[in-house]
Design a protein around this ligand. Structure first.
Ligand code: 3UK
Length: 528
């Protein structure tokens, strides 16, 4: 095989991708399109109407790679990206990969102390950020012990865009193999410390081919719009790697994906595939009750991040005529590994296995459970992260003999559909995004009137999980609506905006183990 190419073996039973010995994944995703005659085709459209074609994309990727090379970074150095959904995200991500560096897209909803943790943990040498996040990034840089060598805003004075304009537009791909380290994504853990999942050059090929092409049916004619941002593994596939893999196009929206904003983007840019999370579909349904929106460009909608309630699926179908394909994926697996398909949907389930992945559901002893019985879901496939950076214990407990422990309880029914039953830990998914109960509790405890706090998930009227707080006060007589509002504001100010508790209950004490650990499962039992 020629350098940097790969071949998909047609066998449906046991699909495999063969990679050339020398394989830098930037070549098939970016450069290949010029050889295949797509130079003039629009790849990106932004919500302000700017477009980038494949030739411009390849040019900017090379220039950005050269900017990083010239700043003295060495092979394998990490470059943290706090970048909104915009063309610069692609330039930095692919420029870094092509030049031999490791891009690390970061959740831009996080705050300074989260960024500081990731800058230190990753030992990164570069930080590139959108001006919108300057305050938190700059504050983070004051909290870290060593400042990265390259700190650049994407726009503005002495910014990346100017350096890109001045850099050379030719760049040879750095030598790499399909199983070399390529990029990282941080995943939140129940202790609140995010873990860097290390992904390889082959991983995006596997997800694009097995989920994107073979499960979802993405084609060169498709225009993808992901309300979930590119910094999530989910958004990264939806809005970038899948369209790039097939030579299609994407619409990027850099703002907050509210129901109104996403409808506006859909009506204006007419995407053919739309990717959301259950909380957003539920909020969009509410808007559709009182206003009409033209969704006629869309072929299918996709949902992931948390379970899509069957009721939301049905109401969306009724209201819009469109199917939502629910699938479960993870940062560690990179994208969806169990999914419903356009012609094969069982509402309320995550669907069936995606080709290229295997699953096993095991009991407490590690033995496989019978069909219909719940257990711990483990999966295996060629897109799973190799290990967690700096965290051998977590790696050893999560990644065993090539199997990835998802942390989820599932059962498989007789027809091969997988049913989600909940998490094995206390972690919550809120609007598809991880929330650690510990972090919210820590924030509440900072409030002078709070003695102790416990957070559990509670279903809202759409059957979607949101944080609920149980609070022991220093002075029980302070309890009341005024204090609830005060605690609400305190949480909104101190953490990423989606993490605040939606309900506050004042209690005399919290259920605890003999060693003083909060028993969240007991609270969950009390509330169910
Ligand atoms: C939960 C779901 C039920 C589940 C993701 C698509 O969500 C993604 O990655 P994360 O690392 O979280 C993974 C965890 O989220 N989950 C995700 N999807 C579903 N639970 N039904 C679903 N459809 O607990 C899983 O372990 O944030 C989703 C593609 C790429 C992703 N990274």
């Amino acid at each position: 095989m020629m350098d940097h190419t790969c071949r998909i073996e047609a066998s449906k039973q046991n699909p495999v991708v063969q990679f050339a010995d020398n394989f830098n994944v930037a070549v098939p995703f970016i450069d290949r399109h010029l050889r295949e005659g797509r130079g003039d085709k629009t790849m990106l459209t932004t919500a302000t109407g700017d477009t980038v074609n494949y030739a411009q994309l390849a040019d900017a990727v090379n220039r950005c790679g050269n900017v990083l090379l010239q700043s003295g970074l060495s092979r394998g150095d990490r470059v943290l990206m706090m970048i909104k959904d915009c063309p610069a995200f692609l330039y930095v991500f692919w420029g870094a990969i092509k030049a031999g560096f490791i891009p690390v897209p970061i959740n831009t909803l996080l705050r300074a102390h989260d960024y500081a943790y990731m800058i230190e943990d990753s030992d990164c040498r570069g930080v590139i950020y959108s001006p919108e996040f300057a305050d938190d990034v700059e504050q983070a840089l004051t909290l870290v012990s060593t400042t990265p060598d390259v700190v650049l805003p994407t726009e503005g004075e002495a910014a990346l865009d100017n350096l890109i304009n001045k850099a050379s537009s030719t760049l040879d791909p750095a030598p790499a193999t399909a199983t070399d380290e390529c990029f990282w994504l941080y995943s939140s853990g129940s202790t609140g410390r995010p873990k860097g999942a290390v992904h390889l050059h082959r991983d995006m090929v596997i997800t694009s081919q097995f989920y994107g092409v073979e499960t979802l049916g993405v084609t060169e004619q498709d225009c993808c719009f992901s309300a979930a941002k590119l910094f999530f593994a989910y958004g990264l596939g939806n809005g970038m790697t899948f369209p790039l893999w097939v030579g299609g196009s994407a619409v990027l929206y850099g703002g907050r994906p509210t129901p109104d904003a996403t409808f506006e983007v859909i009506e204006k840019y007419r995407p053919s595939l739309y990717f959301g999370v259950p909380t957003l579909y539920a909020a969009q349904l509410q808007v559709l009750e009182s206003s009409h929106h033209d969704l006629s460009s869309i072929r299918y909608c996709v949902s992931a991040g948390e379970a899509l309630p069957a009721d939301v699926y049905k109401r969306w179908k009724q209201q819009t005529g469109l199917k939502i394909l629910d699938g479960i994926g993870s940062t560690e697996a990179l994208h969806i590994f169990i999914s419903n398909r356009p012609d094969d949907i069982k509402p309320g389930t995550s669907g069936r296995m995606v080709h290229g992945y295997e699953a096993k559901i095991i009991d407490e002893q590690g033995a496989p459970v019978a069909i219909g019985e719940g257990g711990r879901l483990l999966i295996r496939g060629d897109s799973t992260a190799k290990y967690y950076w700096n965290n051998p214990q977590k790696t050893a407990s999560t990644m065993v003999d090539g199997w990835l422990d998802t942390g989820d309880t599932y059962f498989e029914d007789e027809e091969g559909y997988y049913h989600y039953c909940g998490r094995n830990d206390d972690m919550l998914k809120v609007g598809g995004i991880w929330c650690s109960p510990f972090e919210i509790e820590a924030c509440l405890i900072e409030h002078p009137k709070v003695l102790e706090a416990a957070i559990i998930g509670r279903k809202d009227t759409n059957d979607l999980i949101k944080p609920a707080a149980y609070i022991v006060l220093n002075h029980p007589e302070d309890a009341g609506e005024a204090l609830q509002r005060e605690l609400h504001d305190h949480c909104r100010a101190g953490m990423a905006h989606y993490k605040y508790p939606r309900w506050f209950t004042f209690v005399a004490e919290l259920p605890k183990t003999a060693t003083g650990k909060i028993q969240r499962f007991k609270l969950r039992e009390l509330c169910s």
